[in-house]
Design a protein around this ligand. Structure first.
Ligand code: GYE
Length: 323
């Protein structure tokens, strides 16, 4: 990979600076054309993910056609059809929901264009409609969030903890799997009582609305808030404070993503635990797309390493998060 980068750089430098060094046409061409349909810009995770893919495309010499679907599946389907018409080398997309992709992906398959899923996955009866899914193990994220809570429950020494859950976009992979991983893990512990799960669509504004509703309905019965992303958590926190409760102390707050703003709030003590979900998937995407073009075989699932940040850790030396 380094060799390819160096070669690309030398040819661009020759082109820009040395009149006697005429670059061959082939050297100036992109390594490949990648069409990428991003689902929207609902969170710092998503914005960081878009930026990382754009940066890494430049670094790897990939020509990127980026489309933002503004949170609508129909826009993603249209973008994928445009990529097919343009005959890109590889199509990648972050599916907003899991279902409803078979037709358009069959069209891509018939056109001979391989498809990579980034971040979320899909439900399909034909496993060959996509080559690979590059993204987090969301079930494991739910498990890690619950494991933190079980440890915290031991330390708090309470007989019962009543929880509320604010989930992400209905029928999206992270929403389904984070919920399942979390619930499967706490189910074994009868101190845990789920009061209610509500849907906050991964949005800050909806996180605030959901929290207002939950506080109105359950008030100080709530011991724990499990929110499926930082954005909704940051919407919920001011609502908790407005009613005079101290998040992080009167209520245990558990979040997912680990963007800079939320990590800073964790350091202040208002969030207790954040399970990392990294949006930095650009390098793996570029390497996978290039390997595909080179005819190499690819793993069907690729998960990045992720960790947990919590009030049990010393985070003073944590480098800037980059999203
Ligand atoms: O956690 C959330 C975003 O699909 C993993 O989507 C992603 C989720 C992420 O909006 O912040």
């Amino acid at each position: 990979m380094k060799k390819r980068l160096a070669a690309g750089l030398i040819s661009v430098l020759c082109f820009l600076t040395l009149s006697g060094c005429a670059p061959r046409q082939q050297e100036l061409q992109a390594a490949l054309v990648l069409g990428f349909s991003q689902l929207g810009s609902e969170s710092s995770f998503r914005i960081g993910n878009t930026r990382d893919i754009e940066d890494k495309a430049k670094r790897y010499g990939v020509s990127l056609m980026m489309d933002d679907a503004n949170q609508k599946q129909e826009n993603q389907i249209k973008a994928i059809r445009r990529f097919i018409a343009y005959r890109v080398d590889v199509i990648a997309f972050s599916p907003i929901v899991e279902e409803g992709w078979d037709n358009v992906l069959t069209e891509a398959k018939q056109a001979g264009i391989p498809v990579i899923l980034v971040d979320r996955t899909i439900q399909t009866s034909d496993r060959e409609l996509f080559v690979s899914q590059i993204g987090a193990d969301f079930y494991e994220e739910g498990v890690m969030a619950a494991e933190y809570l079980l440890k915290k429950a031991d330390d708090l020494g309470k007989d019962q903890l009543r929880l509320v859950e604010i989930t992400g976009t209905e029928n999206s992979t992270p929403m389904k799997q984070r919920h399942e991983g979390f619930m499967d893990t706490i189910a074994k512990d009868d101190r845990m009582v789920l009061l209610e799960s509500v849907n906050g669509d991964f949005l800050r504004s909806r996180g605030a609305e959901c929290m207002r509703y939950l506080l109105d309905r359950y008030g100080d019965e709530i011991d724990v808030v499990f929110s499926h992303n930082d954005e909704m958590t940051m919407g919920a926190l001011p609502e908790i404070e407005k009613l005079g409760y101290r998040p992080g102390k009167d209520m245990v707050i558990i979040s997912i993503d680990g963007g800079q703003e939320a990590i800073d709030i964790l350091r202040e003590g208002k969030i207790n635990c954040i399970v990392e979900c990294t949006p930095m998937l650009g390098s793996i995407l570029m390497e996978t797309a290039l390997a595909l073009k080179a005819g190499q075989s690819i793993d069907h699932e690729i998960h990045p390493e992720e960790r947990v940040f919590s009030d049990y850790d010393d985070l003073s030396a944590l480098p800037p998060r980059g999203y």
